[in-house]
Each structure stands twice: as C-alpha cells, then as structure tokens.
Design a protein around this ligand. Sequence first.
Ligand SMILES: NC(=O)c1ccc[n+]([C@@H]2O[C@H](COP(=O)([O-])OP(=O)(O)OC[C@H]3O[C@@H](n4cnc5c(N)ncnc54)[C@H](OP(=O)(O)O)[C@@H]3O)[C@@H](O)[C@H]2O)c1
Length: 259
Amino acid sequence: MTEAARVEPDFAGKVAIVTGGGAGIGFAIARAFARSGARVAIAGRTKERLTHAANSIGEESGAPVLVVPADVGKHADCERIVAATVERFDGLDILVNNAALFALVPLMEADHTEAARFINTNVMGPLQCSRAFAHWAVKHERGGAIVNVSSIAGARPAPGCGLYSASKAALESLTRSMAVEWAPLGMRVNAVAPGHVNTEGVLEDFRAGRLDEAAMIRSIPAGRIADVDDIADAVLFLCGDHARHIVGQVLTVDGGEGF
Ligand SMILES: NC(=O)c1ccc[n+]([C@@H]2O[C@H](COP(=O)([O-])OP(=O)(O)OC[C@H]3O[C@@H](n4cnc5c(N)ncnc54)[C@H](OP(=O)(O)O)[C@@H]3O)[C@@H](O)[C@H]2O)c1
C-alpha cells in the first residue's frame, strides 16, 4: 500500500503509553500513535534510547512525547509510568504493554531466578501497568484500551524458548482474564501475537547465522518477515473505534508463519 493510500486512524486528543517504546516494535507503535495525533509516553530502562526515540518521533510528527525511564519488572515503576503520564498529559486512554525480555534459556538452566526474570517482566509488568491504568480509569470514570504484545511463540514450543513461550502464554491468558473483568468498566483488553519481525534482534540473528533468513521466508506463506509497522497497524486497530466491540482477543500478525 502506498503512503498516500493509507488511512491513518485518528487518535487526536488521546493519550497513549507504550512500554519499550524506545526501540523496535514499541518505537513503531509510539510513532504510529504520534502520527495519528496522540500524545505519547514511552517507557524503558535506558534514558538515552528513550530520548533519542522521543526526539525522532517529535521531530517527525510535532507531537509531544514523554520519556519515562522505568523497569516494568518493578511494581513501583509500573505505577510511576501511569502517574507520570497522567500528570504530564492530564489523562490516559491507551496502554500498550510491549516491553519484554527475550533470551534463549534451555529448561535445564531455568532455575527460579531465571524464571522469575521472565515472569516479572513479561507477565507481572503488563499486569501491574494495566492495574495502575484501570484503577485510575475507574476513579475518574473513564474507559480505555489496553493491548498486550504477545508472540506466536506463546503457542509454539522451540528449543531454548521455554521461559519466553510460557510467559507469553500466561500473558495471553491474563489478557482474556483482564478483558472479562474490566469490559464492564469500559476497559477493552486485547493482544497481538507477532511472528518474526524485522527488529534489530532478529536482523542480528540473521547476520550471525543463528537464524536462516531464506529458510524462514520460505516458511512464511505471505513470503516475507513482518515489518514493525505491520504490528503497529494491528495495535492501533485494536485501540481504535473500529475495534470497539472486540474484547479479549489475541490477533496474530505473522503472514501465516504460525500455521
Ligand atoms: N522482534 C520479534 O520478532 C518479535 C516477535 C514476536 C513478539 N515480539 C514481542 O514484541 C515486543 C517488542 O519486541 P522487540 O523485538 O521490538 O524488542 P526490542 O527491539 O528488544 O525492544 C524492546 C524494548 O523494550 C525495552 N525493555 C526491555 N525490558 C524492559 C523492562 N524490563 N522495562 C522497560 N522496558 C524494557 C527495551 O529498552 P531498554 O532495554 O532500554 O529497557 C527496548 O526498548 C516484545 O513483547 C516481544 O516479545 C517480538
């Protein structure tokens, strides 16, 4: 689709948080919201990365971008991300729980410490950020939309991916539970599950020979690896009015890779 043919969803006046918005898919999501008129807060652990991303998005869109250095694996940081955003933009409409830990850990090495790292960042982080948002929304009689970024790995075992896959499967279950508990409050909760995406981590795996790019492309019916904007478009769809009656769903965005 050409740029001219694209119809950007209108998020003018909305406020969105994107965790992990300093790089990769999160950066693309934050940029897409800003292009669509939203005011955006991006959270991550590395302030320099966030500042660089915020400058880039701000220069392109003219939208204000708030930087919140924070570790979603820490409960207090999750509450601080929401509080700082509300304070800066005087409201909150959308939360995208995108930040996650990915690492290959053979299950023989998966002791309590390793497992806790994945659960804290990939499951508790989204839960605590979402709770902080939901408490604020209820108190102020506001609705909202939450999208959790999962992975097709949540349903597909692969050697070394056990902890990551388990954390994403838990995140998808949590998505459905939050959805049914909070839909009556006006909060819609959904998830996207990408296949492989052309982020720096995946491109580095191709360069280093850890992943075979040609074989991967052959295995994807759509004939290409996802671009970060493929995922951002799906997230914006789920956050927007066209998805107003979609609750508790996991939208796979993988060009058919998962079949
Ligand atoms: N790339 C893929 O092919 C792919 C496929 C399926 C699903 N996904 C999912 O898509 C999401 C984004 O992946 P990505 O590949 O774009 O990742 P990425 O390029 O590694 O970026 C992740 C971002 O999250 C931040 N982050 C990591 N841990 C954090 C923490 N504890 N607290 C706050 N921020 C944290 C990182 O910044 P700091 O390091 O500065 O904190 C970074 O900006 C993840 O949920 C991932 O599981 C990715």
